[in-house]
Structures are given as structure tokens and as C-alpha cells.
Design a protein. Structure first.
Ligand SMILES: [Zn+2]
Length: 158
């Protein structure tokens, strides 16, 4: 018989007061989107350096779908990095999930790259979905200053 389990985080919820947070990237938990045409990167983002000590270590959820390049670019810039130009004239997420021949992202080895351990600033906002309240990323704050002329999105938390 299979056990149906819920993580401590899922049961406690992840509500934090709306506002500006510093978030550290501890990894990704990539999964196919429902229709399997894209990948939800599910970055593991934890609150750090918060004056309210009880908030430090809280995870802020964001599915970060691979189809939303403009959101991923904003996230990478907030981490102080840039997309890496690729041969097709576009950009790649810095770092990689080492290739092990698996198509299923849940079976990929852990992400390796310069984003790990980086800290970004983000506006976090409470949302309600199916009657459940969650704190989500509303806006990533670009850390590149004059080095960036991309207009990043706001109002992401829905
Ligand atoms: Zn930027």
C-alpha cells in the first residue's frame, strides 16, 4: 500500500507578511508541467537575513515554468547573473542539470551552477488559490543596475 504523505512545509503553509525579502536559492525541484510540454523548475527559495528571525528559512514557492523566459530572466538578473548567450541567438539559464539520458526532469541529477547559494531580492505577496493562501513572488528586483536595460515584469503573484 502506498502512503500519501504531506511535507512539513505543505502542512504549515508558507504565509509570510507581504513585502521585500532576500531569498537564497538552494536548488531546483524540476517537474514536468501538467501537459508535459514544459518544465516547472520549482526553485527552492528560502528567506534569509530577515530581521524577523522566525521568517528565516521559510520557503517561498514559485513554479517558474520554463516557458516563461521573461520571468526566468528576471530571476537570474535578481541573482546578479545574466542568461548565457547560446548558439541559437537566445539565452540559457546559467549552469545545468547534468545529462543522465532521462527525459523526466524529476530524474535529473541536481542542478549545478553559479545560481546555487545566490541571494536575490524579491517582492512577495499573498495570493489565494482554491481557498488556500500562499505567499508568492510578485516581482524580482534586478541586481544588475546600469548593466541591464530589460524591462522586468511586476505583478506576478496571482
Ligand atoms: Zn535586469
Amino acid at each position: 500500500m502506498a502512503k500519501i504523505s504531506f511535507s512539513k512545509e505543505a502542512l504549515e503553509g508558507n504565509l509570510v507578511p507581504d513585502g521585500l525579502y532576500e531569498l537564497r536559492l538552494e536548488g531546483f525541484e524540476p517537474k514536468f508541467s501538467k501537459d508535459k510540454t514544459s518544465v516547472n523548475l520549482n526553485p527552492v527559495l528560502k528567506v534569509v537575513n530577515n530581521p524577523n528571525m522566525s521568517l528565516n528559512g521559510k520557503r517561498i514557492f514559485d513554479n517558474m515554468n520554463s516557458g516563461a523566459s521573461w520571468i526566468i530572466e528576471a530571476f537570474v538578473h535578481a541573482m546578479g547573473l545574466k542568461l548565457e548567450p547560446n548558439a541559437q541567438g537566445g539565452g540559457d539559464l546559467p549552469g545545468e542539470f547534468p545529462d543522465n539520458g532521462q527525459d523526466d526532469p524529476e530524474k535529473w541529477p541536481p542542478y549545478q551552477g553559479p545560481l546555487l547559494g545566490q541571494v536575490a531580492e524579491a517582492m512577495v505577496k499573498k495570493t489565494t488559490y482554491n481557498g488556500k493562501e500562499n505567499s508568492k513572488i510578485d516581482q524580482w528586483l534586478c541586481a544588475l543596475g546600469n548593466d541591464c536595460n530589460t524591462k522586468h515584469p511586476a505583478g506576478l503573484a496571482k
